[in-house]
Write a protein that binds this ligand. Structure first.
Ligand code: TMP
Length: 210
């Protein structure tokens, strides 16, 4: 089921506020798809392992400072440096990606940067086949064991990020109520992902247009 087909893989992105459950759900979805025999990998942005990623990681931990525009471009560069993505997809591997360009735009726009300016460096990246937004109220997210103390983990800021996420929704987005029990979220994710993997077989890879 998915292992023997010769089509391309799907690019499936999970988005949501900090502590919305993305990491747990990505892990669960990944092992479910692997169990089905799918050729699949889990990715995340920022990828803190690269040189650019280490700069981002230090910034998020408040160990270094960057101008808002500079850090925005570093987050974007961190996506551009993953040139392996297109090859993986064309080679038949489905990617479950924790955060993508939408995080880039929503978080920077929440600081007051112009939204078109924020979108520009993302244009031309591989476009997701499906974006799943885990919708959780910022108040609920904080209750979930609290924030870890990284730079953006403040409720007022997260509220603004949520508003910008809302304005980015397009036809590739599906919204799941992330406040539902974990098993229910997981079930919905599985169905959306399985459908997407089947449907994208006949579709060409596209680029983010914005
Ligand atoms: P993480 O907790 O999922 O590793 O993400 C780290 C933080 O970076 C999170 O608060 C969201 C933020 N972020 C951006 O501001 N721009 C981006 O492009 C990405 C991918 C994440």
């Amino acid at each position: 089921n998915g292992s023997s087909n010769s089509g391309r893989g799907a690019l499936i992105v999970l988005e949501g506020l900090d502590r919305s459950g993305k990491s747990s759900q990505c892990a669960r979805l990944l092992s479910f798809l692997q169990g089905k025999g799918c050729q699949v990998e889990g990715w995340r942005f920022p990828d803190r392992a690269t040189g650019v990623g280490q700069m981002i990681s230090a910034y998020l931990a408040n160990e270094s400072q960057f101008d808002d525009r500079t850090i925005h471009l570093l987050f974007s560069a961190n996506r551009w440096e993953k040139t392996l993505m297109e090859r993986k997809l064309l080679g038949g591997t489905t990617l479950i990606v924790n955060r993508y360009s939408y995080s880039g735009v929503a978080f920077s726009a929440a600081k007051g940067l112009d939204i078109q300016w924020c979108k520009a460096p993302e244009v031309g990246l591989v476009a997701p086949d499906l974006v799943i937004y885990l919708d959780v109220q910022p108040e609920k997210a904080v209750e979930r064991g609290g924030y870890g103390g990284e730079r953006y983990e403040r409720i007022g800021f997260q509220k603004k990020v949520g508003e910008h996420y809302h304005s980015l929704r397009d036809s590739t987005w599906k919204v799941i109520n992330g406040s539902l029990p974990m098993e229910s979220v997981e079930e919905q994710l599985r169905e959306l992902a399985m459908n997407c993997i089947l449907e994208c077989q006949g579709k060409q890879l596209a680029n983010l247009a914005w």
